[in-house]
Design a protein around this ligand. Structure first.
Ligand code: SF4
Ligand code: SF4
Ligand code: SF4
Length: 363
């Protein structure tokens, strides 16, 4: 369906936050003009629980009315019409409290001393010069009710911030300060992933919206400002192939259903729920479907995980240690597997009952 973003769709919204002393209407100002590929916007549209359409149309009970301004998802708004709510918010004249969503990393304008810009969003109304992302962040972040980083680039810098980059790119919290607090007293809410897993993002946004409605506490975040319930476990702990690892049974190439640690999987040390959750509608999830985990959700991504598809540092030691244990356990389990693959001998069609039944038994 087409999302009529930037307009309020539901005439009679099924919920109102007025009685709960929260907000009844919230704008989402989404800027993907960080150092970005727009992959997080594209990924977000695949979410089913909840779908962005459901939130915008007021179909999720208890949420405020939501107006989404996102350049890809606002097809009916163009040019100045699209920029209007951003300009108003930058002047402190937003008509509603707003959640600022940033996609892409923040380049360092200081290193070029105002001489040009790395990335921009709209033009200055007086001079016609492009307005750098940093200009918008300086004005919007302090006025935002919440600030959300969509994707690893916005959260920690990501691939634009790797060693040797010329832009000095960084994550939102690196730019605003790790002690930054929004108008809603929230730190930057990081939803890493390159791109974001669709439901991870929409679930977090929904929690923030419930909090804005006064219907939920702040989302619990870990020390890297990630939602704890999404990033508290490792890839390995949710991987379909984990039993192969435990049995020391490793794939030698990608054409194998076995554990991929020897061909580059970083899952044992990476915080991500994608193998458990799947990618779209529960299907997929990197190692589950043959893709090694390259740590794309992590603050150290990508440098700490390169070169991709080589055996991870430290992985060889743990896989050497588990190999004899795994081989022994695998052999024992193989024997037990043969035993339990046979039916008991008393299941036959002969004249004598041999099941051990005792007709004289009384309780
Ligand atoms: Fe693109 Fe990945 Fe950066 Fe998102 S995190 S903007 S998907 S490179
Ligand atoms: Fe762990 Fe990766 Fe092996 Fe899965 S494929 S069991 S995540 S090392
Ligand atoms: Fe990224 Fe690894 Fe999670 Fe896949 S499993 S999304 S590569 S962190």
């Amino acid at each position: 369906m087409t999302i009529e973003s930037g307009t309020t769709l539901a005439g009679e919204h099924p919920s109102s936050a007025d009685e709960r002393s929260g907000f009844a209407e919230v704008d989402i100002l989404w800027i993907s003009e960080g150092m970005s590929c727009d992959g997080d916007t594209v990924s977000m549209t695949a979410s089913g629980q909840p779908a962005v359409e459901d939130i915008i149309q007021g179909l999720v009970p208890g949420l405020p009315r939501v107006n989404l301004y996102n350049k890809v998802l606002s097809p009916t708004l163009g040019g100045e019409e699209f920029l209007a709510p951003f300009r108003a918010a930058a002047r402190g004249e937003s008509r509603n409290p707003f959640i600022l969503v940033i996609e892409g990393s923040v380049p360092n304008q200081n290193i070029i001393e105002g001489d040009g810009y790395w990335t921009s969003f709209g033009n200055d109304e007086e001079t016609g010069e492009p307005l750098p992302l940093n200009w918008w962040l300086d004005r919007l972040a302090p006025r935002a009710w919440a600030v959300v980083a969509a994707g690893t680039c916005a959260a920690y810098g990501g691939i634009h911030a790797m060693a040797g980059n010329p832009t000095g790119s960084m994550g939102l919290a690196d730019y605003l300060g790790w002690d930054f607090k929004s108008q809603g007293a929230l730190p930057v809410v990081n939803v890493p992933g390159c791109p974001i897993q669709p439901e991870n993002f929409m679930e977090t946004l929904t929690w923030v919206l419930y909090h804005a409605a006064g219907a939920a506490p702040p989302p619990p975040l870990d020390h890297m400002l990630r939602p704890q319930w999404l990033f508290g476990k490792t890839v390995h702990e949710g991987c379909d192939r984990a039993a192969y690892y435990e049995q020391g049974d490793f794939a030698k190439d990608y054409n194998s259903p076995k554990c991929q640690v020897k061909v580059g999987c970083w899952g044992p040390v990476v915080n991500c729920n994608v193998p458990k959750r799947g990618w779209m509608a529960g299907v997929g999830g990197c190692p589950n479907v043959g893709g090694v985990c390259i740590g794309c959700t992590m603050p150290g991504f990508p440098d700490a995980f390169m070169p991709f598809m080589d055996e991870p540092t430290g992985g060889s030691l743990s896989s050497i240690l588990i190999r004899p244990y795994g081989a022994f356990i695998r052999r024992l389990r193989g024997l037990t597997n043969i035993a339990v693959n046979q039916e008991p001998r008393w299941r036959h069609n002969e004249s004598a009952l041999t099941s051990g039944y005792d007709p004289h038994w009384r309780p």
